[in-house]
Write a protein that binds this ligand. Structure first.
Ligand code: AGP
Length: 612
């Protein structure tokens, strides 16, 4: 059945619309199309018979882009499946419309419009509505009035999304019978046939009622009921990304949780980014703003995967603020003396909030009275760490069942970026850096979706690891902790011995391990360190090592007999550690499945390590 997606945003919307269509594919369809108002203010569209992938291919060859748009998957009712019948339908290049449902009185309306000179290019009932809207605009209505006016002429069940050349900042939607939901973003809003289409960009929704017409702008929604009276509809928090403890279509919780990351990240960002920066309420506790302003040093304490997120956090804190940051595994920190540091913020990071070593390290700090404030980044509300800390910054990943941490890790990284934004704000720092962080985070769920598209290629790649006993992971800068995390994932669930090194360290020892039997996995985003990394890869290749490189499509790393390149989407530099985590999670998962291990409950390990 037909599916509708629409978006109005500051960022370009074509990819959001396409992703929405992909998520509606399950409904069944025969053609797909998309329209935007481009930079020149023109209404432009692209349509294709067949799959959303065909539309995507067409858009790749002939791109269209804009900040407002509508998209559609069509399941033919009136007129054969064909490109000229695919939506969006235009009237005089002035109005663009997508439609779900049937306009029963389309024949009479068509006849009437033809006598008035309107030209039809399709056999659909939908095109009638586009012309009716165009006629109302010509008669002086604004787009909202036009929709209210046209609605009164229609018989049938439908939902519509409309954009118009005359009003390039407004999306008008109407519902009568066919479902339609508005997705609320931060300075951007969306519409969709169901929330599935919009989960990568939001988890807050308004469900329109029959008879509703809504004006959707970047910073406002107005809804009118069946009697044309303004009405408020409740905002609902989605629980479809409820991360319920059932496997659904997935074979293992780990895979399910890997694929939940776009919605877990969206949930973690929800309500935390405002037009003027990161909301102070992101951190729960007393005097957050005042005391963050006084912070002169930071100590991060965590274990395992949470420690790896802290390692990345240190890179970000020191790159974007002037605050020195130290990090240590909790089991070491708790047993050694640390010289007191002035105005120190102590950050614990933990998925469970119950890890014994982390709790003990926090206890030690509190007893020593050596911190200005303690903050926990944690996924479990009311856990011991949240109760014992002065402040908490909660990740909203939902329950993580697989022992191997996946969505908890990436949401911790998101939380750390929010914290960095707050530190900049508290210190009166360069607000453009906060904007850069916010803009990046808004794109993140979609970029993760794109990285998840590598799943099939990685499943094939995993076969090459089946007989391996050892593996090396390499990364530079903030990608080094990601290499560490990749190695931890592989050893945890596939039981292959894996180690990670900063790529520049290779020649100081580990290079001796390299031969044709040693797989070396590398993450190579297009950052300032790329050329250095390429030299390190050359060192490995010339010694016969088998290299597997997850590389930015603009990194220009050429595949070779012993150098396999898997292309990643281009990612803003600050997001690279988060997005490049995805293929490493997938690789370890598929290797483990091939090896037949107990993926969700690997031997000897527990999800919550409550003993020392
Ligand atoms: C990660 O895959 C592991 N399950 C493990 O390293 C874990 O991150 C560590 O035990 C810390 O747990 P926490 O985040 O609950 O404190």
């Amino acid at each position: 059945m037909c599916g509708i997606v629409g978006a109005v945003a500051q960022r370009p919307v074509t990819e959001i619309l396409l992703e929405g269509l992909r998520r509606l594919e399950y409904r069944g369809y025969d053609s797909a199309g998309l329209a935007v108002i481009d930079e020149q203010g023109q209404l432009v569209r692209s349509r294709a018979l067949g799959r959303v992938a065909s539309l995507q291919e067409r858009l790749h060859k002939e791109p269209i882009e804009g900040h407002i748009g509508i998209a559609h998957t069509r399941w033919a009712t009136h007129g054969v499946p064909a490109e000229h019948n695919a939506h969006p339908h235009f009237s005089n290049d002035r109005v663009g419309l997508v439609h779900n449902g049937i306009v029963e009185n389309h024949a009479e309306l068509r006849a009437e419009l033809k006598t008035q000179g309107y030209v039809f290019t399709s056999e659909t009932d939908t095109e009638v509505v586009a012309h009716l809207l165009s006629r109302a605009l010509e008669n002086g209505d604004d787009l909202m009035q036009a929709m209210l006016n046209v609605r009164s002429q229609l018989i049938g069940a439908y939902s519509f999304a409309v954009i118009a050349h005359d009003d390039p900042e407004t999306l008008i939607v109407a519902r009568q019978g066919s479902p339609l939901v508005i997705g609320l973003g931060l300075g951007e809003n969306f519409v969709g046939s169901d929330i599935q289409a919009l989960l990568p960009v939001t988890s807050r929704f308004i469900y329109l009622e029959n008879g509703d017409v809504a004006r959707v702008k970047r910073y406002g929604i107005e809804i009118f009921d069946v009697n044309n009276r303004p009405i408020e509809r409740p905002v609902k928090q989605s629980n479809v990304n409820s991360f319920a403890s059932d496997l659904g279509e997935y074979r293992h919780f780990m895979l399910k949780e890997i694929f939940e990351q776009p919605s877990a990240i969206a949930a973690t960002l929800e309500g935390r980014i405002a037009a003027n920066g990161i909301n102070w309420g992101t951190i729960k506790g007393q005097q957050v703003q005042e005391r963050l302003a006084q912070v002169e040093s930071i100590q991060i304490i965590a274990c395992g995967t949470s420690f790896h997120s802290g390692l990345v956090g240190r890179y970000w804190i020191e790159a974007l603020t002037d605050i020195p940051c130290q990090i240590e595994v909790a089991s070491e920190y708790r047993y050694r003396r640390q010289p007191p540091r002035k105005n120190q913020l102590v950050i614990t990071i933990s998925q469970s909030g119950e890890t014994a070593d982390t709790l003990a390290a926090l206890e030690k700090i509190k007893q020593e009275g050596s911190c200005l404030a303690s903050l926990t980044i944690c996924n479990v509300p009311e856990s011991s760490l949240t109760r014992e800390s002065d402040w908490s910054l909660m990740t909203v990943a939902g329950p993580e069942i697989g022992v191997a941490s996946t969505k908890a890790f990436t949401t911790q990284l998101v939380a750390l970026q929010l914290l960095v934004g707050l530190l900049i704000q508290a210190k009166g720092g360069d607000i453009s850096k906060v904007e850069q962080l916010s803009n990046g985070l808004r794109q993140l769920p979609l970029l993760i979706e794109q990285a998840l598209n590598l799943n099939d290629a990685i499943e094939t790649l995993a076969e090459r690891f089946l007989e391996k006993q050892h593996a090396l992971f390499l990364g530079r800068g903030e990608m080094y902790p990601i290499a560490l995390e990749g190695a931890l994932k592989l050893k945890e669930i596939s039981y292959i011995h894996a180690e990670a090194y900063p790529a520049g360290e290779l020649k100081h020892g580990p290079l001796a391990l390299v031969d044709s039997e040693m797989p070396i996995i590398t993450v190579a985003p297009n950052t300032a360190l790329l050329e250095k990394l390429k030299s390190n890869l050359e060192e490995v290749r010339s010694r016969g090592g088998e290299l597997y490189v997850f590389a930015d499509k603009e990194a220009h790393i050429q595949p070779f007999s012993n150098l396999h390149v898997l292309e990643m989407p281009h990612v803003p530099e600050l997001l690279t550690p988060i997005v490049y985590t995805i293929p490493l999670q997938l690789l370890s998962y598929h290797v483990a499945v091939l090896k037949g291990t107990d993926v969700d409950k690997p031997r000897n390990l527990a999800k919550s390590v409550t003993v020392e």
